[in-house]
Ligand binder design. Structure first.
Ligand code: MG
Length: 394
């Protein structure tokens, strides 16, 4: 197969020539390996393009400089690839997982996900990891031979970071590890940590830019304080914009180096020879040091209290939840207000699953919306002034 770099990988990495395969068998790509093909399919998907207009923490239209789910996913891919290359794990696979990991997110970030999960509580609930898998397995409709993107098992496994045990039973091969308590590949593990590393750091940056948290507040946080002292000593009197960037880039680096060093030690201690050895470990081998875990916890608690629960963020979250709930209830009350394609999707699911299928179809439609599309759709349905025929079409 072309463009495999299996020769440069450690024996316990995911190997593109030994993939557990795709659900629908395909011929091998000509000049790419299987995980490159996965990544390329993800980049060309509609769900990936929509990430540009989905909230990470701040609603997309609040400012052009804030992270969106798209820029977040690119940052996760950057961090994950660096770690994979250093540990001689499969860089293409980590990139594919990183770019796909948030495809199932609702509009309006966590507020949207909580609201949709509440709406779906009598119909199996809503989990964004499962929804990401649903997007790549079923909802993208563009290939002649199969539903979804027909990604390889290793990419799908990495996308499904967590899921409830009850749901795992219905997810086939990728659900099994939650039932038999085995571990995912190291590529999947490191991408999960890259996600956390990316958002912990970029949320500080966005939070400062938005004026919700200040450098002074952050000086109580050890991870921030240590890098602040280093930068301040080397560049006294640096303007705030450069100061913040110089601190954050060092924080990302410190976390990545800690993750690589700690994980490499764990991997060496475990005497790995194959991917099966990785899967059969009692716990994940990718890990931060104890000290870093404590410092991260302090930072996360700070961000939760001062940023995610800030009244200005909470106001947006409340409005967002109201929009999601109102849309869901309106569609459940009268399916005929759904656009044709969404209605057909609901009717297809109804044949097999009855009312639960209808609710899942509506949830798929809402989860696929961007922030601005959800707001426009809300206006179209509830604003009596929006009566023109043009506005009734998506
Ligand atoms: Mg993420």
């Amino acid at each position: 197969m072309s463009n495999s770099y299996s020769g440069q990988l450690v024996s316990y990495a995911c190997n593109d020539t030994k993939s557990a395969g795709r659900r629908f068998e395909e011929t091998h790509p000509t000049y790419r390996n299987e995980y490159q093909r996965d990544r390329d399919r993800i980049i060309h998907s509609a769900a990936f393009r929509r990430l540009e207009y989905k909230t990470q923490v701040f609603v997309n239209h609040e400012g052009d400089l804030f992270r969106t789910r798209l820029t977040h996913s690119l940052e996760v891919a950057q961090i994950a690839r660096s770690i994979a290359r250093e540990l001689k794990l499969h860089e293409d696979l980590t990139e594919a997982i990183a770019l796909a990991h948030d495809l199932g997110h609702t509009p309006f970030g966590h507020a949207g996900q909580t609201a949709l999960n509440n709406c779906m509580k009598d119909f199996g609930g809503f989990e964004h990891n499962i929804q990401s898998l649903r997007v790549v397995d079923k909802l993208e409709q563009k290939y002649a031979d199969f539903d979804g993107l027909n990604l390889s098992f290793e990419t799908r496994e990495g996308i499904l970071k967590h899921c409830a045990i009850n749901n795992a039973k219905n997810l086939g091969d990728v659900g099994e590890r939650f039932l038999n308590k085995t571990q995912p590949s190291l590529e999947a593990q490191l991408t999960d940590y890259s996600d956390e590393t990316a958002y912990n750091n970029h949320d500080i940056d966005d939070g400062i830019r938005y004026g919700l948290i200040s450098i002074d507040d952050l000086l109580n946080i050890e991870l921030f304080r240590m890098q602040y002292d280093i930068v301040n000593k080397q560049y006294p009197g640096l303007d705030n914009k450069k100061l913040v960037h110089e601190i954050i880039r060092r924080m990302i680096n410190v976390m990545v180096v800690d993750l690589i060093d700690t994980s490499r030690q764990n991997i060496n201690n475990a005497n790995l020879n194959s991917i099966e050895n990785v899967r059969n470990q009692k716990q994940k081998l990718m890990a931060f040091s104890e000290q870093m875990n404590e410092q991260k916890l302090q930072l996360k608690q700070f961000l939760r209290k001062n940023l995610y629960q800030h009244y200005r963020v909470h106001r947006m979250s409340k409005k967002a939840a109201d929009v999601i709930e109102a849309l869901f209830n309106a569609f459940m009350d009268d399916l005929k207000i759904l656009p044709t394609e969404a209605l057909e999707h609901c009717n297809t699911l109804k044949v097999k699953h009855g009312d639960i299928g209808i609710a899942r179809g509506i949830s798929d439609y809402i989860a696929g919306m961007t922030d601005r599309y959800a707001i426009v759709e809300y206006e179209r349905i509830f604003n009596p002034r929006q009566l023109s025929f043009v506005n009734l079409h998506p």
